[in-house]
Design a protein around this ligand. Structure first.
Ligand code: PEP
Ligand code: CO
Length: 444
């Protein structure tokens, strides 16, 4: 029998060395008592939408920070993230001619896997920063010590974020009929070229008039096309946090991870015999799985056997993150095998995580052209195979940062340090994100 804490008997990659088991226990007891952040009804709604996306009837955009920071739980940061996701989705609705499912990397994207468990500066070695759910960024012993109380702090900030997002969505923050009301000053950021701004304005106006026209015809699908809601997602890395909020609900079978709608398994924690796969195989949520360049087709099939033994529609989102060089080689093999085996999955492309590089100046960056090229390759492969390109996964922010190189108005390599503020990986800024949305719709 599966149980939410059964994973503790398995080897956990990226395990957090908490040094005070009593404090951890107290926190987990409290987390088990606190109300869930999302409901099983919402999760089921997302599952249904993902099942439709698998048939090519919807398109997913998943995006947000690499590492969400509790200090950035502020209305301005949250609204600008929503705005960029909305604007991208509006471009995609227009280009793909289908409803878009918006899934934020927010309200819980606080736990980060790291390539090394420790970081050394000079002659001092401290634990790496594992995200605000675990420790803090400053390179000081106290900040870097994994502190279980941060699990509660993360929960509270996720709740506040979600509360604000839900109120905005309910209050008509994003009426697609009136995109002209969407805070034009937001579009005056430096990363927006005048051409991009003009293209966006033309697209949004076309969309608004198309909606009006359909409404005049009494088209019922208008409501569907123009309704705006957001689902949440994060990497289900810290299994203490996830399992403490995993429970059964009245009149439904199974266990639900109620921290988020769509938790995903990261590239570093998808070992078949590991703790994460053990945990994820037992929850009723749809589940994302990152698939990197070293994944073998057999391995992916075995993962699907464990995570979705009944081959349910809407259950699995495979997020390929291969890198521009490996994509052309690896992606067709994975896609063909999964298709031949008749597995129901939604393939979405994360063109960020396979393309992280060190700039000559020593900062971690990604090149806009690599990101665009990986996307282009993945779309081409889907076209050639006659399969469904189901969506995209980006690390982005609505702020005018300079973390990725290139794009029409993006920074050159030398300009990276001007506005580099990510808690972990380099994110697309506002202009770069919108430019990519247009690239995708052109290719579609
Ligand atoms: C991430 O999405 O931030 C991440 C760490 O991705 P991956 O597991 O694909 O490396
Ligand atoms: Co990342």
């Amino acid at each position: 029998m599966w149980h939410p804490t059964g994973w503790t008997a398995k080897p956990a990659a990226q395990d957090i060395p908490y040094d005070d088991p009593k404090a951890l226990d107290d926190v987990l007891t409290r987390l088990r008592q606190l109300p869930p952040l999302v409901t099983s009804y919402e999760i089921e709604a997302l599952e249904t939408e993902i099942a439709e996306a698998q048939e090519g009837k919807r398109f997913v955009i998943q995006g947000g920070d690499c590492a969400e920071l509790v200090d950035e739980c502020r209305p301005d940061y949250i609204t600008s993230k929503l705005k960029i996701l909305l604007q991208m989705s509006l471009v995609l609705v227009h280009g793909a001619k289908k409803p878009v499912i918006r899934i934020g990397r927010f309200a819980g994207q606080y736990a980060k896997p790291r390539s090394k468990p420790t970081e050394t500066r000079g002659d001092e070695t401290l634990p790496s920063y594992f995200g605000d759910l675990v420790n803090r960024i400053p390179f000081e012993p106290d900040a870097r010590r994994p502190d279980p109380r941060r699990l509660l702090d993360g929960y509270h900030h996720a709740a506040m974020t979600l509360n604000f997002i839900r109120s905005l969505a309910d209050g008509g923050f994003a009426d697609l009929h009136h995109p002209e009301h969407w805070d034009l000053s937001f579009m005056e950021q430096a990363s927006m070229s005048p051409e991009l701004r003009a293209e966006y304005q033309a697209t949004s106006q076309q969309l608004a008039s198309a909606l009006e026209f359909m409404e005049a015809l009494g088209e019922t699908s208008v409501e569907e096309l123009s309704r705006v809601n957001f689902y949440t997602s994060h990497e289900g890395l810290n299994l203490h946090y996830e399992s403490a909020q995993t429970r059964s609900v009245p009149r439904k079978e199974g266990y639900w991870d109620l921290t988020t709608h769509l938790p995903w398994i990261g590239e570093r924690t998808r070992q078949l015999d590991g703790a994460h796969v053990e945990f994820f195989r037992g929850i009723r949520n749809p589940v994302g799985v990152k698939v990197g360049p070293t994944a073998e087709p057999d391995e992916v099939i075995r993962l699907l056997d464990v995570l979705n033994p009944d081959n349910r529609a809407g259950k699995i989102v495979l997020i390929s993150r291969l890198g521009v060089n490996a994509a052309a080689d690896v992606f067709p093999k994975l896609l063909r095998r999964v298709t031949e085996e008749g597995r129901r999955v939604l393939w979405i492309s994360d063109p960020m995580h396979g393309n992280t590089r060190m700039a000559p100046s020593g900062v971690k960056t990604r090149y806009f052209d690599d990101i665009a090229a990986e996307l282009e390759t993945v779309m081409e492969v889907h076209r050639a195979e006659g399969t469904v390109f189901g969506g995209v996964h980006f690390e982005l922010t609505g702020e005018d940062v300079t973390e990725c190189v290139g794009g029409a108005a993006g920074p050159a390599e030398g300009g990276l340090r001007d506005g580099y503020s990510t808690g972990c990986d380099p994110r697309l800024n506002y202009g770069q994100a919108l430019e990519l949305a247009f690239r995708i719709t052109r290719s579609l």
